[in-house]
Design a protein around this ligand. Structure first.
Ligand SMILES: Cc1cc2nc3c(=O)[nH]c(=O)nc-3n(C[C@H](O)[C@H](O)[C@H](O)COP(=O)(O)O)c2cc1C
Length: 202
């Protein structure tokens, strides 16, 4: 088969989720996947962004590194691995806006049978990174994606990082990381999704 096509649409404000996304891309590439890493854009007005020092500058820097995700990217992909920081226990609005933009594809059943997976982060260990990842499972089910969790399917899952639902970062406040252990789980997630894509679409 041609290389499995792996789309990684993520939102990150201060870079920790971007770090996980890059590690997932590394894992997928190591397994032979062709990767598109895409950062969902802000849609709040500039005066709102200006209230958080550094938000605009970090967004500009990440946007220079990553294109915005499009519906065509989702059509292209064999697997979509969504990533988001926790916003009050759930997905960030910026990534959710991208998911909501896929309604036309949902209406045509165009994403049925592709793979879906998710990763996330929160400031504190019990601040909601698991609920954020699981909240991403809901739209994946509606879109017809076949959900691929990390499980405890690799040695990386037994080193005190990540979750069986998907890779995660506990960033602290101000945010920092991911740690080497968190990056190992993310690389594993990239490998695992790509391995399943190879088996399913060979
Ligand atoms: C509006 C807002 C809401 C947040 N809600 C939570 C939360 O409910 N629980 C938590 O632990 N962290 C929360 N955080 C912190 C981020 O989820 C966390 O720092 C994340 O790792 C940052 O990722 P990033 O560096 O990729 O932007 C929130 C941050 C913001 C700005």
């Amino acid at each position: 088969m041609s290389k499995p096509k792996i789309l990684i649409p993520f939102y990150s404000r201060t870079g920790t989720i971007e770090g996980l996304a890059k590690a997932i891309a590394e894992g997928a590439s190591a397994e032979g996947g062709e990767v598109r890493l895409r950062r969902a854009r802000e849609f709040v007005p500039p005066d709102v962004m200006a209230q958080a020092p550094g938000w605009k500058e970090q967004a500009d820097a990440m946007n220079a590194r990553h294109e915005a995700p499009t519906a065509d990217d989702a059509v292209w992909a064999d697997a979509i691995i969504f990533g988001s920081p926790t916003r009050f226990g759930a997905v960030a609005a910026e990534l959710k806006a991208y998911i909501d933009s896929l309604g036309g594809l949902w209406a045509k059943g165009a994403l049925n049978g592709k793979l879906g997976s998710a990763f996330g982060g929160s400031a504190t260990p019990h601040g909601g990174n698991e609920s954020t990842i699981i909240s991403l499972y809901n739209p994946m089910a509606h879109l017809g994606l076949i959900i691929v969790p990390t499980g405890f399917a690799d040695a990386a899952m037994f080193k005190g990082a990540g979750t069986p639902y998907g890779a995660s970062v506990v960033s602290g406040n101000p945010p920092s990381g991911p740690t080497p252990e968190e990056l190992d789980v993310a690389r594993f997630q990239g490998r695992r999704v790509t391995q399943v894509a190879k088996k399913l679409f060979a």
